[in-house]
Design a protein around this ligand. Structure first.
Ligand SMILES: [Mn+2]
Length: 357
């Protein structure tokens, strides 16, 4: 454990052991993630990344899940995601680093604060943090880190069966309250709370939670929004909700149907599929160039079936790597138009109606 960074565990021999897999040689066109990834200790000063870089940071805690009376085991999520990402082919032009883990502190709040500190550090260094979870209480640490690094609160876009807007119990926050924490943080600073929940299930949230979402001005899209013929409407709704803000992107794996994602605390019978509709929405968000952090949440390996959920979470991380390239390329084309790429682009689904409509 690091003295300067509470709850922080730099990459260890166990971390390195996760990054292991097929080896077709050292040529760049056959390399895999386990060969290309570098290990970074965040307790040492971090250089600025001039090339597009993803920094993985594990949130190896299920403290918030247990306090939310969920099924324990998400603390093992980060290691399993690393194992399932290890053999992906390198995405040329995107550098990868593993920064180790945040482990549970005495309280959820302390653990979230520790995550915020390292996320801020990664964002300030010019890289994209990708948080490997871990209980969904990580979303508040994620938000806080990006808000501090950028000096302005980002919009939260959350793929999740649940709203995660529960009132915060007297005992402190848990994995069901992260966006309440963001809401209260924004309220106390008179900042707009921009929250979009995608894939919300009626049977997974009480009427009180839907009322709270309405009071919070949240934008909700249920699982039926994940269809090709509604893509344009959904992307327009996301665009309106995000406005000019930057984005913290959250994927709670329980947004996917239990058949695809059994390895979560609260599986979802009628969840979405990891299909073209999901992928186009996700890619549209990444290509906007405004995503400043991504998280994959709630993987619980002990409940998984043949690593199905771990593989799905890892595949989402691969989409992030492709999306980083899309964002860079979109930025370049913006510059060519003379519009400048700094503020990032519109969030557009690559829908079938596109130019032909
Ligand atoms: Mn959640």
């Amino acid at each position: 454990m690091s003295a300067e960074l509470p709850c922080y565990k730099p990459p260890s021999r166990e971390t390195r052991a996760c990054w292991n897999g097929r080896d077709d040689g050292d040529d760049s066109d056959v390399q895999r993630w386990h060969q290309a990834i570098s290990l970074i200790d965040l307790s040492k000063p971090l250089d600025y990344f001039f090339e597009p870089t993803i920094c993985f940071i594990g949130y190896a805690s299920d403290l918030g899940v247990r306090e939310n009376l969920g099924r324990a085991g998400a603390a093992e999520g980060p290691a399993r995601l690393r194992v399932r990402m290890a053999s992906f082919p390198v995405v040329q032009g995107v550098a990868l680093a593993d920064c180790g883990d945040i482990v549970a502190g005495a309280t959820v709040l302390e653990t979230q604060e520790a995550l915020a500190t390292v996320v801020e550090q990664i964002v300030r260094s010019g890289a994209l943090p990708v948080i490997l979870g871990g209980g969904h209480d990580q979303a508040f640490g994620h938000f806080l880190g990006v808000a501090r690094a950028r000096g302005t609160p980002p919009a939260c876009i959350n793929f999740d069966a649940h709203l995660d807007l529960r009132p915060i119990p007297a005992g402190g926050p848990n994995s069901g309250t992260p966006f309440t924490q963001v809401w209260e943080w924004c309220k106390s600073r008179n900042a707009p709370f921009r929250y979009t929940a995608l894939g919300v299930q009626r049977n997974g949230n009480t009427a009180q939670l839907f009322t709270r979402a309405e009071q919070a001005g949240a934008t909700l899209v249920d699982a039926d929004g994940f269809a090709l013929d509604t893509l344009d409407i959904v992307m327009e709704a996301i665009n309106d909700a995000v406005d000019e803000a930057e984005i913290c992107l959250s994927v709670d794996l329980d947004v996917f149907a239990a058949g695809f994602a059994p390895g979560v605390s609260a599986p979802t019978a009628m969840g979405i599929g990891p299909d073209a509709a999901f992928r186009r929405i996700f890619r549209g968000l990444m290509a906007s160039g405004r995503v400043r952090g991504v998280e994959i949440a709630e993987l619980c390996p002990a409940l998984d079936v043949d690593d199905r959920t771990a593989r799905l979470g890892a595949a989402v991380a691969f989409e992030v790597a492709l999306g980083v390239l899309d964002a860079v390329n979109d930025d370049d084309s913006d510059d060519a138009d003379g519009e400048g790429g700094d503020s990032g682009g519109e969030i557009l689904g690559d829908g079938p109606s596109g130019d032909d409509a």
